[in-house]
Design a binder for this molecule. Structure first.
Ligand code: C2E
Ligand code: MG
Ligand code: MG
Ligand code: MG
Length: 286
């Protein structure tokens, strides 16, 4: 009746059950954030020949007390809708910088930002604070943003990223090619690195046209002086092609390592590398 005269709404019990489950999960997420139950794991990015680990990406994890592992693809959008994403960003940034310093090498660490982090200018001060707290060289912090961040508010987002980059931080565009991207972004945004989405590497061994497409994206990015990371390399065949065609500065994917805890990164990096930075600042565009 409250919806209005003559309106008929069907009630389906599973709708209700799903709603209740979601509300419960949201409440649990709030509690997890408050109690510090989230953790961070890291996935290495290697030179294609595997000789050196130069950087690793911080990825947040939530182990629910009853439901077990819940992926960030589920809870990050929830946190965004609940206005809690900035808490997660703050936590991951802090953890990542602390861990990066503890590794005692020159490796960089890469942290994902949400569109919500880029709307206001707060993120600029937050990043500066954390870098100062851990005495971490700004060039060793990379921030990843997705293309979709630029669609809604391109002017504000570019301005914020510009300020971050001016402070010395390296900016990467994540999942490149999956959004409703415009190639002109590559030239107009303050970015240093392109992370090409795994969708572009998946079939390069079997479909010649996919190989050509990847090749095109890579060449364009290089022409614009951007560093290239290829995500989601899973097989030897894919890696061999990436090496043969010199497609990437760095490779991130299960072929080298899944995301692992901070102490495991320390051990791995001792085996392979003293750690050197990906983003040479010498030829960046300002
Ligand atoms: P992303 O930033 O593109 O991160 C890469 C995702 O691909 C990770 O999933 C990683 O585990 C997965 N991956 C890495 N190598 C491979 C591979 O070889 N094959 C396949 N199939 N997958 C691979 P994860 O950790 O589940 O994260 C999913 C997404 O959630 C991330 O995508 C990112 O958008 C978001 N996310 C994760 N952590 C954070 C965070 O701290 N803050 C924010 N704002 N978003 C986060
Ligand atoms: Mg990422
Ligand atoms: Mg990605
Ligand atoms: Mg992704």
């Amino acid at each position: 009746k409250s919806v209005g005269n003559g309106t008929l709404t069907m009630f389906r019990p599973e709708m209700d059950a799903r709603y209740v489950a979601e509300q419960r999960l949201k409440a649990d997420l709030r509690t997890a954030i408050e109690q510090g139950d989230l953790t961070v794991v890291y996935q290495p990015m290697y030179r294609p020949d595997g000789s050196e680990m130069e950087c690793c990406e911080a990825l947040v994890r939530w182990s629910h007390p009853e439901r077990g592992f819940i992926g960030p693809n589920i809870f990050i959008p929830m946190a965004e809708s609940m206005g809690l994403i900035s808490e997660i960003t703050r936590f991951v940034l802090d953890r990542a910088c602390a861990d990066c310093v503890s590794w005692q090498n020159e490796m960089s660490v890469s942290v994902n930002l949400s569109i919500h982090d880029l709307r206001g200018g707060k993120i600029v001060a937050l990043v500066a604070d954390i870098l100062e707290r851990y005495k971490l060289d700004p060039t060793r912090l990379h921030l990843e943003v997705t293309e979709s961040c630029f669609m809604d508010e391109p002017v504000v987002v570019s301005a914020t990223l510009g300020r971050l980059r001016a402070s010395g931080v390296t900016i990467a565009i994540d999942d490149f090619g999956t959004g409703f991207s415009s190639l002109s972004y590559l030239d107009s945004l303050p970015i240093d690195i392109v992370k090409i989405d795994r969708a572009f590497v998946r079939d390069i061994g079997t479909e010649p046209r996919r190989l050509k497409l990847l090749s095109g994206i890579v060449h364009l990015s290089r022409e614009l002086d951007l560093k290239i990371v290829i995500e989601g390399v899973e097989t030897f065949e894919q890696l061999e092609l990436v090496k043969k065609h010199k497609f990437a500065d760095l490779v991130q994917g299960y072929i080298f390592s899944p995301p692992i805890p901070a102490n495991a990164i320390a051990e791995l990096s001792q085996k392979t590398t003293s750690g050197r930075r990906l983003a040479g600042r010498q030829n960046r565009r300002d």
